[in-house]
Design a protein around this ligand. Structure first.
Ligand code: BTN
Length: 235
């Protein structure tokens, strides 16, 4: 395991993606990112004080393609429990891998597959103060508690917990993990819009299912969805 620290870089995910000789556990940390990447090609913009980091998981782990979602969910779950150790607050897990606190986003995760590696990128709002225009949708731990935290310790906890949880996952503990995740399922009972390539539907979200898909009640039908675009309807 090697640690690469940057005061400023375009993106920690991009750094590890482009590095040819990465090994499991390689970790890249940045104070500032100039081109932070989010999911679905979105930008990830964050003010200084956030924990911004990416690390490498080798891909020799027998996760079949269709179970890829489980890995994504596992990362979110693991991060939620790391955060709980730091401050025991009422975090929610938003399928497939965002974390929410007080109805606002506290963390985003981007998993990218490259060659035989997964690059796991995490943006975690810890000591940063969100810009005025982001305050209604994003929250940091400091904004919630008024305290500041040792970012390197936070990152070390998150990474270590992930590898431990991943061992449990490999030992076949997925069902137990999923049960815990469903207790903190942010979308449960919420009206959501599902946008697929040819249509948009609206329904009430249910549980996260054993295969990692989300159950949605649409009229009197029960459907299930994989990653796709899910939007929460305004109340
Ligand atoms: C999302 O919510 O869309 C995912 C955001 C992931 C952001 C993190 S910050 C560290 C790492 N480097 C990046 O460029 N992106 C991830």
């Amino acid at each position: 395991m090697r640690i690469y620290k940057f005061d400023e870089i375009d993106s920690t995910n991009k750094f590890l993606r482009e590095k040819e000789d990465v090994i499991e556990g390689d970790l890249a940390i940045a104070k500032v990112q100039t081109l932070g990447r989010g999911r679905r090609g979105n930008k990830w913009v964050s003010t200084e004080g956030a924990a911004l980091f990416s690390f490498v998981l080798k891909h020799d782990i027998e996760i079949p393609e269709e179970e890829y979602m489980k890995l994504s969910i596992l990362i979110g779950y693991s991060l939620l429990y790391s955060l709980k150790k730091i401050e025991n607050l009422d975090y929610k897990f938003k399928w497939t891998n965002d974390l929410y606190l007080d109805e606002k986003k506290i963390s985003g995760i981007l998993v990218e597959k490259i060659r035989d590696n997964y690059i796991i990128g995490i943006g975690l709002n810890i000591n940063n103060l969100n810009l005025e225009e982001a305050k209604s949708i994003a929250i940091s731990l400091r904004e919630k508690t008024g305290k500041t935290y040792d970012l390197e310790k936070v990152i070390a906890t998150v990474v270590e917990d992930f590898y431990n949880n991943f061992q449990e996952f490999k030992k076949g503990k997925w069902k137990e993990i999923l049960e815990k995740i469903n207790k903190v399922n942010y979308l449960y009972g919420k009206r959501i819009n599902i946008v697929t390539f040819d249509k948009e539907e609206s329904g009430i979200a249910g549980d996260i299912l054993e295969d990692g898909m989300l159950e949605v009640f649409i009229g009197d039908e029960i459907k299930k969805y994989n990653i796709g675009s899910i939007h929460i309807s305004k109340k």
